[in-house]
Design a protein around this ligand. Structure first.
Ligand code: FAD
Length: 284
């Protein structure tokens, strides 16, 4: 029998100036859609306080909503001692799953010397305790990589050091994902690779996301944005339909999992989940 694809969500903490309660309703609604796990981002700019928020929200997902949390953890701005403290905090709250990341470089955020790449963090976490470690991957190549082959070798290093699950950067053209998956297979990366899907439901979001992550936009997508971008309702419906179309094609092509970048929007996540639950073999 075909294995059921993993289905997971990503959420982010509120701004440090807003209370945790400001996302509680959204998290509760997202949890009610029963994804396999919900990952919580970690604001690389927020200092260690970013970690405290991520930890608090992961604990909430686990203990209040009964959903497995995955805590994101970027490392370049932290020392080993600081990361060790965060790991102990995760463990004390029952959080056992970590998405180990390097973090984006920024002139506003000084880097420290202990961790240069995510693979250094993966090695460190492996030594520190019993965690399930995931890592990020880039179907359209990480923007700083010298070549695609280099990027793939570095990804293999993350898996060899202990990442047993990969979550991809968002993409809008499934062909990039299939090509990447084939290359992973050839190089011997044989852990599950979840496809990152971002439903684009407003015009501002697309400009911000694409400039940040460099995803290429297929013609079908740009035509859609031009035609419907002026109407909030139209672009929302078109964005949801586009994401559903991507997911149907990915599942038909045997994807290991779908990781939905929810942007803390339960309405959008619910519509997508309802539309694809049958093809994912899930009941709502
Ligand atoms: P790495 O795997 O370390 O790779 C970074 C670059 O270094 C790549 O170009 C790689 O090819 C290269 N490289 C790796 N190893 C070597 C080596 N040995 N020698 C030379 N070059 C090497 N950021 C946050 O701050 N918080 C988050 O919560 C967050 N969540 C994310 C979730 C997902 C699913 C994704 C895809 C990204 C997320 N990010 C987050 C962004 C991430 O931190 C950035 O994309 C960052 O630029 C790279 O992180 P990485 O872990 O992939 O880095």
């Amino acid at each position: 029998m075909e294995k059921k694809p993993i289905y997971s969500f990503e959420v982010f903490p509120p701004k440090p100036t807003s209370p945790v309660e400001s996302v509680s309703n959204a998290f509760a609604e997202l949890a009610s859609l029963k994804p396999d796990f919900i990952s919580v981002t970690y604001g690389a700019g927020g200092g260690l306080n970013g970690g405290a928020l991520t930890c608090e929200l992961c604990a909430k997902l686990l203990h209040e909503y009964g959903i497995k949390p995955v805590a994101h953890l970027p490392c370049i701005s932290y020392t080993k001692e600081e990361i060790s403290t965060v790991l102990q905090d995760f463990k004390a709250h029952g959080i056992t799953d970590i998405l180990a990341l390097r973090g984006d470089k920024s002139p506003d955020r000084p880097e420290k010397d202990d961790f240069k790449y995510a693979s250094d963090l993966i090695e460190f976490i492996r030594r520190e305790g019993d965690f399930h470690i995931s890592a990020a991957c880039y179907p359209e190549v990480h923007p700083e990589a010298r070549t695609a082959a280099d990027d793939l070798r570095h990804l293999k290093e993350k898996v060899d050091k202990g990442a047993s699950h990969l979550i991809s950067q968002l993409f809008f053209d499934n062909a990039h994902f299939y090509d990447f998956r084939e290359k992973c297979d050839i190089i011997g990366i044989n852990v599950p690779i979840e496809a990152g899907i971002m439903p684009v439901v407003n015009a501002a979001q697309i400009n911000r996301m694409v400039s940040l992550c460099g995803a290429s936009l297929p013609r079908k997508f740009t035509v859609m944005m031009q035609r419907f971008g002026h109407s909030p309702e139209a672009i929302r419906d078109a964005g949801i339909a586009y994401a559903v179309d991507q997911i149907v094609d990915l599942v038909a092509n045997g994807v290991d999992g779908i990781h939905l970048y929810t942007m803390n929007n339960p309405y959008v996540a619910k519509r997508i989940t309802e539309a694809v639950s049958g093809i994912l073999g899930r009941s709502l």
